[in-house]
Design a binder for this molecule. Sequence first.
Ligand SMILES: [Zn+2]
Ligand SMILES: [Zn+2]
Length: 267
Amino acid sequence: MNIWSFASGSDGNCYLVESEGTALLVESGRPYVQIRDFLEAAGIEPDCLSGILLTHAHGDHCRSARYLSETHRVPIYASRGTLGALWLQDVSLARPIESGKTYPVGQMDVKPFAVPHDCREPLGFRLEAGSGRAAIATDLGWVPHSVARQFRDLDLLILEANYDPHLLHTGTYPYFLKQRVAGTYGHLSNAAAAEAIAVCGERGPRAVWLAHLSEQNNSQKHALQTVSRILRRHGLSHVALKTTHHRRSNLRWTSNVARERQLPLFG
Ligand SMILES: [Zn+2]
Ligand SMILES: [Zn+2]
């Protein structure tokens, strides 16, 4: 399994997950031309995508989804609430999905789960293949047990670490926006992200990408320091932490299953 972070944050989100020839774009929140360039750099033709997964219908997640889908005939997997907001001209490209069910797409199983966020039927995704297991959860106000359970036994978790409370409260956001970000249907703080990883204990993810960092109310340093301090307190300092970039493709993760399989050949 290969996973790329193309962009992550309120200016647009986009990730790519590939396993054994099945390539899924997760979110399509950057301009179309940029996503096409991201895909080209990863060696994937847009026509060859097996699907576009969307967590919810906020613009930073779905800005170019409809154009990409209709231009390249790629189906969109999303909740009915999200699909309804896209106004697809060709509804045959819509694949409505529901929390709690499993959807096989090529070589991968897509398992959506409901998250609390101020949008219609927002989802997170757990993605499983023979070559690895990953989950993506950004844009959620808090982490219910039903969501934290999805973080167990993962190779990689992409998890929102949106804000540092001190930076948010002393920052320039208007009061209503501060309330929205910190509310139960807003975004996750660095500490809340760390606690969600910690509750998984020994079954927690091996690696975590801290994602959807606010440019005003957070920094890579704040996110990494807070999360690693809390994980250390829980005896989980072995979890590998990285932060995504707002507008740049900066991370790629590869499961080592293929390498393990090859070992006997050379042994
Ligand atoms: Zn967002
Ligand atoms: Zn959102």
